[in-house]
Design a protein around this ligand. Sequence first.
Ligand SMILES: [Ca+2]
Ligand SMILES: [Ca+2]
Length: 242
Amino acid sequence: MKRMTLVFGSLVCLAFSVIALAQRQNDRPAGPNPGKLKKPQMSDTIKANVYADNWFMLYVNGELVAVDSIKFIPHNVISVDILPAYPMTIAVMAKDNADPKTGMEYANTNIGDGGFILKFGDGTVTNASWKAKQFSRGPIDRDTKNPRVENTPIPDNWFAVDFDDSKWENAKEYTEEQVGPKQPYFETDFKGAKFIWSDDIELDNTVIFRHMIKSPPDGKERIDYTNLNNVVPDAPPKKPKR
Ligand SMILES: [Ca+2]
Ligand SMILES: [Ca+2]
């Protein structure tokens, strides 16, 4: 009798195990290669550090990823996590604090200056290889008595991956002394990055920057998750062991 109970007990255990296993199989995502399904982790992201005098919005691969949360002063650092994909197109609209009618600031008492710097965790940095174009400048001829502003219409798709910036000039680099960044700039990793703006850091008040990188500057292989809803990405090729 004891032996019968033992056998029966074992059978019940086996039955539960089979049901549990079947249930687990059902929970697995369907697809050609469900065991290899890769989901992006935070370790797949990179940090984006951005500082603008005075304000910016940042697009990566045509998608809005960060907006300066403080319109003008105080100057703040924005740090966000982004999920990179290469080639990577970066587009930034940056604005100096300026009255749209006069191009001046602080109740039209001052011609303010701009400045923009960015560093990504993959080694991407701002420098003169970026494209830059101003879309609003003033006061024209530095005439503060009779201030005038010259605006250029901003193209609707300025942030798009396929936007043609081939005729744009390169950005101009400026020194830290010229821009005069405030804290927490000095506590943030901007090593290797340069301050950029268009030709006139004082009169150019709305500037768009664009930059494309074919592959990560740090050379690290990263999984492309851009089409995650449709495609199960493959793991990057393993580097040969030395
Ligand atoms: Ca200005
Ligand atoms: Ca400013």
